[in-house]
Design a protein around this ligand. Sequence first.
Ligand code: G4P
Ligand code: NA
Ligand code: NA
Length: 189
Amino acid sequence: MDLLKEKIVKEGKVLSDTVLKVDSFLNHQIDPLLMKEIGEEFANRFKDEVITKVLTIESSGIAPATMLGLAIGAKVVFARKKKSLTLSGDLYTSKVYSFTKQEMNEISVSKDFLSPDDNVVIIDDFLANGEAVKGLLDIAEQAGCKVVGVGTVIEKGFQNGGKMLREKGVRVESLAIIKSLKNNTIEFA
Ligand code: G4P
Ligand code: NA
Ligand code: NA
């Protein structure tokens, strides 16, 4: 997706050999026009599938997932990372290990919002080691949903999440794949 790659080159900041900061349009400030294009591109990639629900995780997955939901007319469910006062009743939960924070987190989705009738696409902002996606796949499996694939805005191809998912037979559609961040340079695959 050329528009996204241009934005990454123009506004992305290489923080280290493994971390890219894209706060100006994805992780802190949102660029709605770019996000709309992202949603439409995901819709186009998955146009051969019937999708009844988009599943993501708070917080940065919500914007791209919502734009996909808008494009295809499907509801969007986001897994929550913290238990809240209103998040009660029966929940699907899964454990997600964060490499960046070096901690285990529990994510949950209410049983009200996923059912065995659902054909789900999983959306997230970054695909690094794939731990968040693994947790969402686990939740979809508990709910008995069919997962048609995973869409990520930026895949870091030098980390193992994409490989791990594709080897499991999961369809992964990434709108930009970064091959390397070495020497302060963003190299696409
Ligand atoms: P994984 O799920 O693929 O295994 O990712 P990991 O645990 O390594 O990442 C933890 C958090 O860091 C996730 O956001 C993920 O999206 C984000 N992340 C990973 N690599 C990068 C990167 O190079 N740049 C940026 N900007 N983010 C990265 P989170 O903690 O769930 O936060 P939120 O933004 O969704 O609230
Ligand atoms: Na995320
Ligand atoms: Na994130």
